[in-house]
Ligand binder design. Structure first.
Ligand code: SF4
Length: 727
């Protein structure tokens, strides 16, 4: 199917749109619709795109372009997960593309943090960056003083070109790990051998569904259709969460659990299942290693009463949860990412996995302990994997913990870190310990950031490079949740002087080699579609049923034979079985069994836990800065339970200072019973016009797991304790 078409539309035409681009108008496109003469022709084309943000849904989209200008974006119905819809964030994509706030040209800041930016040419930018890299190599004898910090701002496969840029310069320092989900990945790796969730469209077959610490009504909206269908098919839906979320509001039953005690609830349920003889012995005998040791642990250490005390969930509720879960097959658990952002987070996930395993709910249609998957990511990573130049010093890159970035770049020596390259990240807004992050940026010799907007991180950079949106450069995208792959077409020409990461890499390589021949191995030319093609291999094509990658131009493709995770019992653990007892876990310093690890307790001077989850209006620091999002959600708040508000004499709208020993953040109060009395909620994100950053109070406390799968432990974002003052 050729999605491009040329039509002549009579009547309403988006005049003024193109003029708006040049003028930097805030009104163009959506406010620029005018009636024109019936004879005026409009060239309308529809392009395939993908939403590459750090979102479960990775939507396949259709972009309608009139006369070279994006008119609107909608879901592509060819993808049965996206099914013709996109969320509020996807709907505002035209506001991203045509935002007057976009970084339009390379710019240089005269004095880091001064705001005194001057426009420079790409050649000047490349020259300045290349000279700095060469000077560092000259002074320190290697490129290790250069550190790349790149992550999830855009998950398109060609965006890995920035890793390629660095690789082609030589071994360097690189921010390693992920802030999002590593403890859970390790947990599932110890249990199953890796992360593989069933196709989320399979949720419709569940007869019992536990949404455990996940809020798809806000953050994976397309799954709600499948959840609703499961309900229509007779499934019972239970939501377990410290916050009464919109998702919980749509469940049959909501269980409000004390934060970070999810493992205790899972183990209490497992103990009741054991006591009642509701486990699936045949499945365990065939598929599992160490279940007897796990049962022994439960017998000797766990009671439902203990679990009730820990979790704040009544004994009879735990027993009923356990009984219904164990006796209603297929039973499905969707495990969210918040619960693993704790010092006991990985163990929480292991305990929940164990529930699915003891009841034989693994490997069956509609069942599973579903967390995430990376099986659809089998690309060549051609844009990323580059040979270092001849004579490169060292044998491998130097890993820097992304989750303790500020402290590690400040303390690195032999050689020290002198230059940062930031791409697809906004660490000054999103990383813990904001004050220390700012200090670290100020102590660098040179900071380059590639971004769309003047973020808090760009503000602390020396050079900013304007990057393309997904609509301006080709690429290809897959999800860490569903099994679809989408080709991302160039729908419009790059606006202003923006370039893709691969184009930036090629331009820098040309300049490096001009100034110092042989100093950079990145190719200096290439067609962007050819770059897409080089990402594919036979195995990947076959797994998606494609003869050639260009088949994707006819529409998104879905991975074959992946409906049910672990259907064949082909676990990827060392034993080939589901491992209750994991020597791998032991090797990484954990208990080999899914045991309970005590949750962090609030210190007496900071008695309230501050949760900083995702809002529905942003993905990390993306989207919230756009004008429409400001209209929808213009003021960040601190959510507080009425009991706590009463204690402090706080009324709705009163300004509150939320503080601890490393910083503070101020926001008006929103009084709500959706949260626990001794907890506060502030949604993370970057608001363009607010001095609001929850990470001023968040410390870089490592989560228990993550080092095996991602190279570094996760981060305990939700083990964050504060006090409050009414202002
Ligand atoms: S943010 Fe998520 S749900 Fe929204 S358009 Fe992008 S991928 Fe789809």
């Amino acid at each position: 199917m050729n999605l491009k078409r040329r039509t002549f539309i009579k009547g309403a035409v988006a005049t003024g749109v193109l003029a708006g681009v040049g003028a930097g108008s805030t009104n163009f496109f959506f406010n620029g619709l005018k009636e024109t003469s019936a004879s005026q022709a409009v060239d309308t084309q529809i392009f395939q795109n993908a939403c590459p943000r750090n979102c479960f849904d990775t939507c396949s989209m259709l972009t309608t372009v009139e006369d070279g200008v994006i008119k609107y974006v909608e879901g592509n119905p060819q993808n049965t997960y996206t099914n013709g819809n996109i969320c509020v964030k996807g709907n505002v994509y035209p506001r991203t593309v045509y935002s007057p706030d976009r970084i339009k040209y390379p710019m240089k800041q005269n004095g880091r943090g001064s705001g005194d930016w001057e426009r420079i040419s790409w050649d000047e930018a490349y020259t300045e960056i290349a000279n700095k890299i060469l000077a560092i190599k000259e002074e320190y004898g290697s490129t290790f003083p250069i550190c790349l910090n790149k992550y999830s701002g855009n998950f398109d496969i060609l965006r890995y070109g920035i890793e390629g840029t660095m690789a082609s310069l030589g071994y360097h320092s690189i921010a390693t790990g992920t802030p999002c989900w590593p403890a859970g990945i390790d947990a599932q790796t110890f249990d199953f051998g890796t992360i593989v969730n069933s196709d989320p469209e399979q949720i419709v077959h569940a007869k019992h569904l536990i949404l455990w610490g996940v809020n798809p009504a806000w953050n994976a909206v397309h799954s709600m259709n499948f959840i609703e269908e499961a309900k229509s098919n007779g499934a019972k839906v239970v939501a377990i969460d410290p916050i009464l979320t919109n998702t919980a509001g749509k469940a049959h039953e909501y269980v409000q659990i004390k934060t970070s005690t999810d493992g205790a609830l899972a183990l209490g349920m497992a103990k009741h299942i054991l006591d009642e003889g509701l486990y699936d012995l045949a499945w365990l005998q065939k598929n599992a290693k160490g279940y007897l040791e796990f049962f022994s642990y439960l017998e000797n250490n766990i009671t439902v009463e203990w679990a009730s005390e820990k979790t704040g969930v009544a004994v009879d509720v735990i027993e009923k949860l356990a009984r219904e879960y164990a006796t209603t097959k297929p039973a499905n658990i969707w495990i969210g990412y918040g619960m693993q952002r704790h010092t006991n987070g990985g163990q929480n996930v292991r305990a929940i996995d164990a529930l699915a395993a003891i009841t034989g709910n693994v490997g069956i249609k509609g069942g599973g302990a579903n967390y995430a998957q990376l099986d659809s990511w089998g690309f060549n990573y051609h844009a990323m994997v580059m040979e270092p130049p001849e004579g490169t010093v060292g044998e491998a890159n130097r890993p820097i913990n992304m989750n303790n970035f500020a402290a590690e770049i400040l303390s690195a020596d032999d050689p020290p870190i002198k230059m940062l390259w930031i791409a697809g990240r906004n660490p000054v807004s999103q990383d813990p310990e904001t004050t220390l992050i700012k200090k670290a940026f100020h102590e660098m010799d040179f900071v380059v950031t590639a971004d769309l907007f003047m973020t808090e991180t760009v503000k602390l950079s020396d050079i900013v490079l304007p990057v393309t949106t997904p609509f301006e450069t080709p690429g290809v995208n897959v999800s860490y949740w569903h099994y679809w792959m989408t080709y991302n077409e160039r729908a419009i020409e790059p606006l202003y002087e923006s370039k893709s990461d691969v184009e930036i890499a090629m331009g820098l390589s040309e300049k490096m080699n001009e100034l110092s021949p042989g100093s950079c191995t990145y190719p200096t030319s290439g067609d962007m579609e050819d770059w897409v093609g080089k990402e594919f291999n036979e195995t990947l094509l076959e797994s998606f049923g494609l003869n050639d990658w260009t088949d994707l131009k006819d529409g998104p493709a879905k991975m074959k034979n992946k409906e049910v995770a672990w259907e064949n019992g082909d676990f990827r653990t060392p034993s080939g079985k589901y491992e209750f007892f994991s020597e791998e876990a032991e090797n990484f310093g954990h208990h080999p069994l899914p045991v309970y690890v005590e949750e962090m307790q609030a210190p007496s001077n900071y008695p309230y836990r501050l949760l900083t989850p995702h809002s529905k209006f942003n993905i990390n620091s993306q989207f919230q800065n756009l004008d429409w999002m400001e209209d929808l959600h213009n003021e960040p708040m601190v959510e507080i339970h009425p009991d706590l508000a009463n204690e402090f004499g706080i009324q709705a709208g009163d300004l509150i200072k939320v503080h601890n020993e490393i910083g503070y953040v101020k926001a008006p109060a929103k009084i709500t019973r959706t949260i626990r009395p001794n907890e506060l909620v502030m949604y993370q994100g970057w608001f363009k016009n607010h001095d609001y950053n929850v990470n001023y109070t968040v410390k870089a406390i490592p989560a228990d797991m993550g080092a095996k799968a991602t190279g570094m432990p996760g981060i305990s974002f939700h083990d964050n304790f504060v006090n409050i003052t009414k202002l």
